[in-house]
Design a protein around this ligand. Structure first.
Ligand SMILES: [Zn+2]
Length: 112
């Protein structure tokens, strides 16, 4: 299990770091355990002297690669040599991504 920092910008260009928690699914005994971990980390309060109190956010889906841990502007695929897909600043069309996970409710958090 590891944590990855993603440097995103909020309103007015304010630095708004996100932290993703990753785990190798092969190390989990079953899907139920993944739900236990997700609910556990989702229920914690993340306090920092540098950034204040962190809040659990729904995944950010990328319309370029369909990854769920970064927005379009941070997608690494357009930086690959000979990449022929969408660029980070292509007009938005086709797959629009989702700003909210279908299993995430802004009021109650994740649901199964
Ligand atoms: Zn991407």
């Amino acid at each position: 299990m590891y944590v990855k920092r993603i440097d995103m910008k909020g309103k007015g260009g304010l630095s708004t770091p996100y932290f993703g928690i990753y785990i190798d699914p092969n190390t989990l005994p079953d899907d139920d355990f993944w739900h236990v971990l997700r609910d556990h980390f989702g229920s914690l309060i993340y306090e920092s002297t540098m950034y204040g109190t962190g809040m659990v956010q729904p995944p950010s889906y990328c319309p370029i690669c369909h990854g769920c841990d970064h927005p379009r502007g941070l997608c690494p695929f357009p930086l690959l040599p000979a990449w022929k897909g969408m660029s980070r600043d292509s007009p938005k069309r086709g797959f629009k991504g989702r700003s909210n996970d279908r299993n995430y409710d802004n009021k109650s958090g994740y649901r199964d």
